[in-house]
Design a protein around this ligand. Structure first.
Ligand code: 5AD
Ligand code: SF4
Length: 474
């Protein structure tokens, strides 16, 4: 049985609970300081988008957000499970909060996200982190106020249990407090049905389900009208948007409809699975007015044998045909990818095949990962796990080759003028501003505060593997 159903607040709606908490926090604020909430996010953009909803709910419940854990009354850690390292980092941070709570016993600590959607990790928290007050997985993000309220009222720890049903529903209408006022994330679908053999996501984010198209269109319209300049549509596999629906309205149709919204903005999407990349989508991109000419197309491996063991449902020939299709329509398109090195059974030849694909495709940018066995996935149980030493050595070789390719590709941009959405002053060099191109490449230039959140034109005069440098022009 679902724990929430038996909770004392079962009869209350989410809004009613948030209102109750708001009243409580308002009363507290009248006696001194307003309670503060601190939200720490690990992992992918989907988690960032989820955290923006946690922030929205916190504000609605009368908390002010802080970026300092030590001054918080409520700490939320939104975790990731994609690799072992991400889990270790989250657990280590949660471990540090023990001392904060010892100093401030009224502090409430919640842990949510992909890591705690796994039973064995919930068990870890239950047993070894007794000061963690409540825990919930990704499919019940909207239970956050209820669990918090139940915890505060009863004093008991709350571990939400998610049912099959929770991973089938799409909850609309949660408040969102966005981190930026010019870049926005918009989920179009949740979950994943692909079960790539290395990946934990289908187990922790549940089955694929899509948002209603009208809700998405209304959200994007609203963002554009409020001055958002860069809008990324999110889904584990955006091409599965509306899959199986009778009206045939697919992701390409959604992109075409969104593209008709008037305004000065760029539309992007993440992520697209090669097995489902359609000609209709390529055509929508090529014919689009606002759609960024950037395709992130995770290849994972350049060996057909490994792709098969990964359960990816495409081979290198199919992959290359998508790349060709994209470049035939949009010669200047930026293509980026994800690669995993050291998948079980990967031979030197398999790895060489991956390097070969890098040379053929010439990706603009790669996100490369060392294979990390995820308990419960088929690949974790495969024989021939690759020793760390070999994995690390292959990883270094992959990076070295990609650096050469990226530097070479970026070099061709020297002398061109590109449109850049400025993100403000550079973190590492206060004399420079930085921003992102349509292809999401980082560009450094001399700017001023007014440029932040705006499009500026920059003439590129120097290129490196990971960055472009230039001068602002009119
Ligand atoms: N080990 C290493 N990398 C992984 N990814 C997914 N699962 C694993 C794993 N177990 C990578 C894939 C995916 C990206 C988001 O993370 O490349 O595309
Ligand atoms: Fe994981 Fe594959 Fe789904 Fe991507 S498509 S989330 S890699 S299972």
């Amino acid at each position: 049985m679902n724990q929430q159903k038996s909770s004392p607040t079962a009869h209350m709606t989410n809004n009613e609970i948030m209102q109750k908490l708001r009243e409580d926090n308002d009363r507290h604020a009248a006696t001194g300081e307003r309670r503060r909430a601190y939200i720490l996010t690990f992992g992918c953009q989907q988690n960032v988008a989820d955290s923006e909803k946690l922030s929205g709910m916190c504000e609605q419940m009368g908390y002010v957000l802080t970026d300092r854990a030590e001054e918080a009354d409520l700490i939320m850690v939104n975790t990731c499970a994609i690799r072992e390292h991400a889990e270790q980092k989250a657990l280590s941070v949660v471990g540090q909060y023990k001392h904060l709570k010892a100093k401030k016993p009224d502090m409430v600590i919640g842990v949510c996200g992909c890591m705690v959607a796994q039973e064995h990790r919930r068990e870890t928290l239950r047993r070894s982190y007794p000061y963690v007050d409540f825990v919930f997985g990704t499919t019940v993000l909207h239970h956050f106020p209820r669990l918090l309220w139940d915890k505060l009222r009863s004093g008991k720890r709350m571990f939400s249990r998610e049912s099959e049903n929770d991973s089938k529903v799409v909850v609309e209408g949660l408040p969102i407090k966005r981190d930026s006022n010019y870049r926005a994330w918009v989920s179009v679908m949740y979950g994943c049905n692909n079960f790539c053999s290395y990946c934990i996501v289908p187990y922790v984010r549940g089955r694929e389900r899509s948002r209603n198209k009208d809700e998405i269109i209304a959200e994007v319209k609203d963002l554009v009208s409020r001055g958002y300049r860069d809008i990324t549509l999110l889904g584990q596999n955006v091409n599965s948007f509306n899959k199986g629906s009778e009206d045939g309205y697919d992701f390409a149709a959604l992109m075409r409809d969104l593209d008709t919204i008037e305004g000065d903005y760029t539309l992007r999407f993440m992520t697209s699975h090669p097995k489902d990349a359609t000609v209709a989508l390529m055509d929508a991109m090529a014919g689009g007015k606002h759609i960024a000419r950037h395709f992130h197309l995770p290849m994972q491996s350049g060996s057909d044998a490994i792709l098969k063991k990964m359960n990816r449902h495409y081979d290198t020939e199919r992959y290359l045909s998508i790349v060709d299709g994209l470049r035939a329509r949009m010669p200047d398109i930026t293509i980026t990818s994800d690669i995993i090195v050291g998948f079980p059974g990967e031979t030197e030849e398999d790895f060489e095949a991956t390097l070969d694909m890098l040379r053929r495709v010439k990706f603009d940018m790669l996100f490369s990962f060392i294979y990390s066995p995820r308990p419960g996935t088929p690949a974790a149980a495969m024989e021939d796990q690759i020793p760390d030493k070999v994995k690390n050595e292959r990883f270094d070789r992959l990076l070295a080759l990609q650096n050469e390719i990226a530097a070479e590709k970026n070099q061709t941009m020297v002398g061109t003028t590109v449109r850049v959405l400025c993100d403000g002053v550079s973190k590492n060099n206060a004399a420079m501003y930085n921003g992102r191109t349509e292809g999401n490449k980082i560009v450094f230039f001399e700017g001023n505060e007014e440029d932040t959140g705006r499009f500026v034109n920059v003439r590129i005069d120097r290129a490196e593997a990971f960055a472009l440098y230039g001068e602002k022009v009119n």
